[in-house]
Design a protein around this ligand. Structure first.
Ligand code: ADP
Ligand code: MG
Length: 565
């Protein structure tokens, strides 16, 4: 009983397909990279599961990928002997949108073709890219560990529904056949396919095989030695090579493959560390914020390998949360192959690797800030808000981080965050001891706050903090360069040495003259306020609210209220 059923795609899948076919038309060949990378992932998963259950290899332990084509039938087939899928897994992974961040992807669609294609780039295209060149896709698969009669066949024209049925499949793994669309015959061609494989998948760490296509010899015959399969790719893990043997393009292609991004990375850092703990890391900073950056159950991050065996992709143990946009690979010889998430959590080796990797990433970012301010501005736009979570999470690197921050200020004259704390300090007034800031819900609200009046009058620069994360930032970053960060909206405004004697006297006089008034206002407001004071911080506005130095700021209070707390 083949138990054949026809199921509908989620409507989102249909939308995704349409969008993809149109926006990736000029870059069609990437379908092969996506399918090969899925096959490689499937091999990684099998290797990992087989660590605790050797039987999963059956009698076929040499993991590989095969690419075949049939000119007459106009098909291309990609097969692997990786982990395979059960019927349920096929329905879940191929028929629905299972990947995190997808919902956000659809929420972000604008209908503008150019913008949406960029989105699809950040989101990664995956399995469905097969439909760019195919008008029918047939997938046959069998999960490792199940018997031959538990094979599954999935088939779809990519137009809203798919069929699924049980088949007999002796070989473990997955085989995907693309029935090429009219006009896409170019892909049923050995030369073209070899070309695409070496371009995108050279450093997949398992062999990609194709049948040899030998020319006949003088006698019109083909030598025995020229028959059979050949390996098309280099099949070495890129990070194991020495830097001098890797081209920029290879670094970029590798990034695209592991990060599911199709834009170039902003920068990368490749390190071989020897000594107490030996490991290699290849870490990338994307040029655009990854789709799932604000997603709580995001999974992407750093891929951990032990002795070149893929162990897991992790988003927490290997990088702190505030560097969650970093992508890459860490490969070490100093962990056991059967390492688990639990072991990772308390592993000294991991702690060491992580600390060094964080330092490396921060030093690369610092270099960018110093040497390429324009690129750094781009970086800051994409990742600044996440980086500002840093001081609260990573005490050890607080100072390095503080130097990386950029803010809008009363002097910068625009909402763009461009001023560093070092800039600010270098512009401080003669007797100014503190770094002043104001937090508010928007740039306009900050800029027009009455609290700034006295600072304007005295020509003192004030940081305008309007990102949600800024409230948390000022809680954890209280000092820079031995200078206290002081809210202009909190407590007694003590401008210290900045006030001159005459002004002070005049202020004391005013205070005395208005004592009665203050008492009356206090009485009439009773317990609505803590205190009423004469102020010298205003020049134009008649009154303003201030918070106590140790109270929550009013902006934070507003945010908590909005969040229902
Ligand atoms: P991603 O690779 O980012 O998860 P894809 O759209 O490329 O997204 O693939 C979706 C899912 O389908 C994969 O996560 C995997 O579970 C499953 N899958 C795809 N190809 C294979 C394969 N060759 N072998 C086993 N599972 C596969
Ligand atoms: Mg994929």
């Amino acid at each position: 009983d083949a138990h054949k059923e026809t199921l509908g795609f989620q409507t989102e899948v249909k939308q995704l397909l349409n969008l993809m076919i149109h926006s990736l038309y000029s870059n069609k060949e990437i379908f092969l990279r996506e399918l090969v990378s899925n096959a490689a992932d499937a091999a990684d998963k099998l290797r990992f599961e087989a660590l605790s259950d050797d039987a999963l290899y059956e009698d076929d332990a040499e993991l590989k990928i095969r690419v075949e084509f049939d000119k007459d039938k106009n098909t291309v087939t990609i097969s692997d002997n990786g982990i395979g899928m059960t019927r349920e897994e096929v329905i879940e992974n191929i028929g629905t949108i299972a990947r995190s961040g997808t919902r956000k992807f659809f929420d972000n669609l604008t209908g503008d073709q150019t913008k949406d294609s960029q989105l699809i780039g950040q989101f990664g295209v995956g399995f469905y890219s097969a439909f760019i060149v195919a008008d029918k896709v047939t997938l046959k698969t069998r999960r490792a560990g199940l018997t031959a009669e538990h094979g599954v066949q999935w088939e779809s024209a990519g137009e809203g529904e798919f069929t699924i049925e049980t088949i007999e499949k002796p070989q473990r793994g997955t085989e995907i056949t693309l029935h090429l669309r009219e006009g896409e015959e170019e892909f049923a061609n050995g030369w073209r396919l070899r070309n695409i494989i070496t371009k995108y998948s050279d450093h997949i760490n398992l062999p990609i095989l194709m049948a040899k296509e030998p020319l006949p010899n003088e006698d019109g015959e083909i030598d025995e030695a020229d028959k059979g399969d050949e390996t098309i790719n280099k099949a070495t893990a890129l990070w194991t090579l020495s830097k001098n043997d890797i081209t920029e393009d290879q670094y970029k292609e590798f990034y695209k493959q592991i990060a599911h991004d199709y834009q170039d990375p902003m920068l990368w850092s490749h390190n071989k560390v020897e000594g107490n703990i030996e490991y290699t890391s290849l870490l990338y900073i994307p040029s655009k914020a990854p789709f799932d950056m604000w997603d709580r159950d995001r999974m992407h991050g750093i891929k951990l390998y032990v002795k070149r065996v893929f162990i897991m992709e992790d988003s927490e143990q290997l990088m702190p949360r505030y560097l969650r946009f970093v992508r890459g690979v860490i490969d070490t010889n100093d962990l056991p192959l059967n390492v688990s998430r639990e072991i990772l959590q308390s592993s000294k080796t991991i702690d060491t690797i992580r600390a060094a990797s964080v330092k490396k990433v921060l030093s690369e970012i610092s270099k960018l800030a110093k040497n390429e301010p324009e690129q750094y501005a781009e970086f800051w736009k994409e990742f600044g808000q996440v980086l500002k979570e840093g001081p609260g999470e990573d005490f050890a690197n607080k100072e390095t981080l503080a130097k990386l921050f950029r803010f809008a200020t009363t002097e910068s004259g625009s909402s763009d965050q461009t001023v560093s704390l070092e800039d600010y300090v270098s512009r401080m007034k003669d007797k100014q001891e503190k770094i002043y800031y104001i937090t508010a819900e928007s740039y306009a609200a900050a800029k027009n706050s009455p609290h700034l009046e006295v600072f304007r009058k005295k020509g003192i620069e004030v940081l305008l903090l309007t990102d949600r994360v800024d409230e948390w930032l000022v809680n954890s970053l209280t000092e820079f360069d031995d200078k206290h960060l002081q809210s202009v909206a909190k407590g007694d405004l003590d401008l210290g040495e900045l006030e001159d004697e005459e002004e002070k006297k005049a202020q004391e006089e005013t205070d005395k003259n208005f004592e009665d008034l203050v008492e009356r206002v206090k009485k009439s407001l009773e317990d609505k306020v803590k205190d009423v004071r004469i102020t010298h911080r205003l020049t134009d506005s008649p009154a303003c609210l201030v918070a106590d130095n140790y109270d929550m700021s009013m902006n934070l209070e507003r945010m908590l209220k909005a969040a229902g707390q």
